[in-house]
Design a protein around this ligand. Structure first.
Ligand SMILES: *[C@@H]1O[C@H](CO)[C@@H](O)[C@H](O)[C@H]1NC(C)=O
Length: 330
């Protein structure tokens, strides 16, 4: 009899243990499910503000009316397809006020090209008006042409670009917003760095650092003018206040006008530029940066400009501007 009761109680104990094990198991699963749920919720909430009832209508829209927009300053050289593609794209962007095409070819733009571009501009009317299109024709072929003073500037903001890269309107708008919060600063998408040359005996000897050192160190001190916003006053300063020997050097070597502009702005502001995050699409690949020996030439420019300015004005920074709507967890 004793053994029988024993057996029963043992069986019950076993059963109880199985029960409690499965209870703990389901608790874990529940916790896991809860985590998944919270995670999904956070993801959804950060992606779409409307998910939690914060619809777009309750968020004040980014104000564009208080500014006059920006002037697109595009540098081109015998690549009409790229030029057409670029202009057609940018005319669809809000905030675009006017387009200045820096033209340094010996022949003026063909009627066909002018007609095509004018049509592209006019087919993208916004609020009953369209962007003004101007060819800035230059007699001589010099890289300094790209920063010539504009005759009738309407906007404070200049968006300087090469004809072989395209940025989505959203990216441009974002950089423009960043620029408006710091209008003296250069804001753009292609960062570069100057590094101290450890092999040189001279104290202030530098090396031009391309994409790799920027990526590796997360540090930059220049924003290239092939894709950047800056204040229109810097065009005047570039032509009128830059040492003429420096302008001559840029013209002769057909290089480094963008580094010169970075020096000019850094010298004037004593502050670093701002790197804005954005999508880049390269539509051509015949730029000078793909040619060999490019980096050595750029290093030469940096050291040359340091001696022209009498000091190194560039200031390194690690700050990067990011659109908070595009990041899902702060
Ligand atoms: C650099 O800045 C100083 C002080 O503002 C100014 O006097 C000088 O002319 C600037 N140099 C160049 C080359 O612009």
């Amino acid at each position: 009899m004793v053994t029988r009761t024993n057996l029963i109680s043992r069986r019950m104990a076993l059963k109880f243990r199985q029960l409690s094990i499965s209870a703990v198991g389901s608790l874990k699963i529940k916790l896991l499910l809860l985590c998944c749920f919270v995670f999904t919720l956070t993801l959804l909430a950060s992606r779409t503000p409307s998910f939690l009832g914060w619809g777009q209508e309750s968020v004040p829209s980014l104000d564009r009316t208080s500014s006059k927009g920006y002037t697109l300053l595009i540098n081109t050289w015998k690549r009409y397809d790229l030029l057409k593609q670029s202009i057609s794209h940018y005319t669809t962007c809000p905030g675009l006020d006017s387009i200045h095409i820096v033209w340094s070819e010996p022949n003026p733009p063909s009627d066909l090209l002018v007609k095509y571009l004018n049509h592209a501009v006019k087919s993208n009317t916004k609020d009953g008006r369209y962007a003004e299109l101007v060819f800035d024709i230059n007699k001589e072929d010099s890289l300094n042409n790209r920063f010539k003073e504009l005759k009738d500037p309407i906007t404070d903001a200049v968006f300087s670009i090469d004809d072989d890269i395209i940025f989505p309107c959203k990216t441009v708008e974002f950089a423009y917003t960043v620029w408006r919060s710091a209008p003296d600063t250069m804001v753009g998408f292609v960062p570069r760095i100057h590094l101290l040359d450890p092999s040189s005996e001279k104290e202030n000897s530098y090396i031009y650092g391309g994409w790799w050192p920027v990526w590796w160190t997360g540090t930059y001190s220049m924003i290239l003018s092939k894709a950047s916003f800056f204040h229109i006053k810097y065009l005047r300063m570039y032509s009128n206040e830059m040492p003429s020997s420096l302008l001559e050097y840029v013209k002769k070597n057909r290089n480094c006008e963008d580094i010169a502009m970075s020096f000019l702005v850094a010298n004037a502001t004593s502050a670093p530029p701002i790197w804005a995050k954005g999508k880049i699409y390269e539509i051509g690949s015949t730029g000078i940066s793909s040619l060999g020996g490019h980096s050595d030439k750029r290093t030469e420019c940096v050291n040359r400009f340091v001696s022209e300015f009498g000091r190194m004005p560039l200031i390194p920074t690690t700050v990067k501007a990011v659109d908070s709507r595009g990041t899902w967890f702060w």
